[in-house]
Design a protein around this ligand. Sequence first.
Ligand code: SAM
Length: 250
Amino acid sequence: MGDELIHRFRRARRDPALAVIEGFHALKHALRFGAELIEAVAVDPELLEALASELAPDLAGTLAVRVEPIDDETLAAIVPLVPRTGVVAIARRPRADVAAVLAARGPAPVVLLEDPRNMGNIGACVRVAAAADAAALLTTGEHDPWYPDAVRGAAGLHFALPVTSIQTLPESDRPLLAIDPEGEELAPERLPARAVLAFGTERHGLTGSLLERADARIAIPMREGVSSLNLATSVAITLFSWRLAAGHAG
Ligand SMILES: C[S@@+](CC[C@H](N)C(=O)[O-])C[C@H]1O[C@@H](n2cnc3c(N)ncnc32)[C@H](O)[C@@H]1O
């Protein structure tokens, strides 16, 4: 039973149909946004109930019954970095329909990350995209945005909006804005509705082909001498500039 469980959780980390959720806060968000849980294990299921009563009353009374108790040793064998709250779960990844996302008529922007490399950054981008109520977060490149470290960095908010990797951005009628330090200064009130906001890879920025394709290039103003902001910080500033200017706060 212990070995089987360890193998299931290890396999799930590499399975593109599944998501591994580590820690109470990630599990809380996953469940709140409709995750289909396959299995969950915890060292102390009662602790989860206590945390839910304190921090997530909407989930109180629902957690202990859904988790299988395990010991510390088994937990350490199924996750590289043991979460302090001692809980790990496997859920099915929701399917993201990219064509439907791009065709949606609502004003919310789509975030496109070109070839992001850092899992913590990807997680932080998903978290802020969920908080700003973005329409979706898409990534290009070889890194899976659902890798467990990214889900952990996003506190489980991958379940709050469509998140998926794509080969290239399909054509659509959405305005494409390249968010780039060499662009024109950001004017929040001029950010259009339904934009695709494209951000570049951590080291080299946006690709030439994306820059050529873009309808506009937008720069976040910085103090002289600073060459760029962190990727997730740039996503946060741009999304909340749009959201506050468009009167979507709250
Ligand atoms: C760490 S930066 C990449 C730095 C890269 N050397 C460059 O000059 O683009 C990662 C991404 O964050 C965004 N970014 C960072 N600072 C920015 C700024 N001041 N204005 C607009 N976008 C910015 C861009 O999308 C950039 O491609």
